[in-house]
Design a protein. Structure first.
Length: 482
RNA sequence: CGGGGCGUAGCGCAGUCUGGUAGCGUAUCGGUUUUGGGAACCGAGGGUCGGAAGUUCGAAUCUUCUCGCCCCGACCA
């Protein structure tokens, strides 16, 4: 492409100021905008369309595994939230409260849900009586409010959208199996659809969900070397069933507390998407979840205008018929060059150009968003070539992100190495851990890095704990996190 | 919640130190010519300078308070 690839002049360069780039992209690509409410953003149509595609795919996978959607109330009485001690302790600092209804001061204040275990479990205790009622596999798509001190669009907002699954089972083993099954679905969502490689693992006692027995997570590495938690799946064991009195009669005619799980992913995934794939020209969206997979830009010129536009329309309709999300940009008030930059900013994976020269030759030009490579293809081959190209882009984005992660993951034996890496290049640090709270805390205090995931719980391929030097029980991943 | 920075037209900024009736680029609107990498020319509109109070003959500019955003920490999806 020659000397000047610097086509988009309106956003900060990713390499110069990553945080500013991130905000610029969100605003310029019209994914979201700040609202008058502190920490709350408006998700604009283009951003919401990405969410809808994420949602569609995850929803389908959840339904395929027997989950059904339902909806529970936004407000939770304080007494309900207080029933599970760890749970309330964990969430208390970030709950928003409703204290007045109309003109009346409420007798009991109501929490705006920071998560719905409390309200959902209170219903489950009414619905579940017998082993025949199990498993109960319910998911809800909802909004959540957590009064965060520091917010960033998509990554951490006061209000956000998510799905939260809440399931009930007749045994610990079955609950554990469900927890892992969901973790695997999340991994598929991240890797196959968002093209973001993730590492599944277990959270340490310090990092686990308030009220869970075990929290599993998927962790991704962002381009600035910080880790992002992209989803969590909790085995709640009987913690909530005991607090909310969810009991069932098992096949042996014994009354037993039920075994539960909960799990969720949020609009944060969109933040991960932006950071992982974007470049100096803006967003790059993986074809699977891009609102437009291809944008057709007619180069309408002089006498050719009419014939080119009608050809472009034909192509557009053909692609739509074949299930490709196509956009025809036939606005005549913008020049082709302007449109190129605009759609690159918006991250559309493939651009289709058709101009006088192409019309004569019976071809179109396909341009790959990743490297701007051009392919000239005969009209009759368009569909197959486009599909191949979309597939190739999806894979390339994933591989590129994976290479980055591999290149920024370091095996470490000693604390001094760990500290140096965190202070300089960051990234994931794989090391041995003795399992003690003390060592985990020491790392946090001295480096601000935390255990993102325990990736080998049963044993460790590291001999010693990097901090205390005692025998390593687990292999863990340390990183600075969002 | 602690430390730092920034709020002036839709967006990006200058003007603030040294007070004197608000400017540039871009975008927008109308018109003409254009269209293979953010087109050119002509014309037009757009602001209670984040908000409140104070000092002053006079405040974008000085003082105090307040709100919001960004960055770095502590806290969290």
């Amino acid at each position: 492409m020659g000397k000047n690839n610097d086509f988009v002049k309106q956003i900060t360069k990713k390499s110069e100021d990553f945080s500013k780039w991130y905000i610029d992209v969100i605003k310029r690509a019209k994914l979201a905008d700040y609202s008058p409410m502190k920490g709350m953003m408006v998700i604009r149509p283009y951003g919401y369309e990405i969410w809808e595609l994420i949602k569609e795919n995850l929803d389908r996978m959840l339904k395929e595994t027997g989950h059904r959607n339902a909806y529970f109330p936004l407000l939770i009485p304080e007494s309900f939230l207080k029933k599970e001690a760890e749970h309330v302790k964990g969430f208390a600092p970030e709950v928003a409260w409703v204290t007045i209804g109309g003109n009346e001061v409420l007798e009991e204040r109501l929490a705006i849900r920071p998560t719905s275990e409390a309200i959902i479990c209170s219903m489950y205790s009414k619905w579940i009586k017998s082993w025949r009622d199990l498993p109960l596999l319910i998911n809800q798509w909802a909004n959540i409010v957590r009064w965060e001190k520091v917010t960033r669009p998509f990554l951490r907002t006061t209000e956000f959208l998510w799905q939260e699954g809440h399931t009930v089972h007749s045994s610990y083993e079955e609950a554990e199996e469900e927890t892992l099954k969901i973790l695997d679905i999340y991994k598929t969502l991240a890797e196959k659809y968002l093209a973001i490689p993730v590492i599944p693992g277990l959270k340490s006692e310090n990092e686990k969900f308030a009220g869970a027995l075990r929290t599993y997570c998927i962790e991704a590495l962002m381009p600035d070397g910080k880790a992002l938690q992209m989803g969590t799946s909790h085995n709640l064991a009987q913690n909530f069933s005991k607090a909310f009195n969810i009991k069932f009669e098992n096949k042996k005619q014994e009354i037993e507390f039920a075994w539960q799980t909960s799990w969720g992913v949020t609009t944060r995934l969109i933040g991960a998407l932006i950071m992982t794939h974007g470049d100096d020209s803006g967003l790059i969206l993986p074809p699977e979840i891009s609102p437009f997979q291809a944008v057709i830009i007619p180069i309408a010129k002089g006498n050719y205008t009419k014939s080119i536009l009608s050809e472009a329309k034909k192509i557009h309709n053909k692609l739509k018929e074949k299930g490709i999300r196509s956009c025809l940009d036939d606005r005549d008030s913008y020049t082709p060059g302007w449109k190129f930059s605009e759609w690159e900013l918006k991250g559309v994976p493939v651009r289709i150009e058709i101009g006088p020269k192409d019309l004569e030759k019976g071809q179109v030009v396909l341009v790959n968003r990743i490297d701007r490579n051009k392919i000239f293809v005969k009209q009759e081959n368009l569909l197959s070539t486009l599909k191949e190209l979309l597939n190739e882009i999806q894979i390339k984005l994933f591989n590129r992100a994976k290479d980055f992660r591999e290149n920024n993951t370091n095996n470490v034996e000693r604390f001094s190495e760990l500290k140096e890496i965190i202070e300089t290049k960051k990234g994931f640090i794989k090391t041995g851990w003795c399992g003690s709270n003390k060592c985990e805390k020491e790392v946090k205090e001295k480096t601000s890095a935390t255990i993102r995931a325990i990736i080998n719980e049963k044993n460790s391929n590291f001999k010693k704990c990097a901090i205390c030097g005692k025998k390593a029980k687990h292999t863990v991943l340390f990183a600075k996190s969002y």
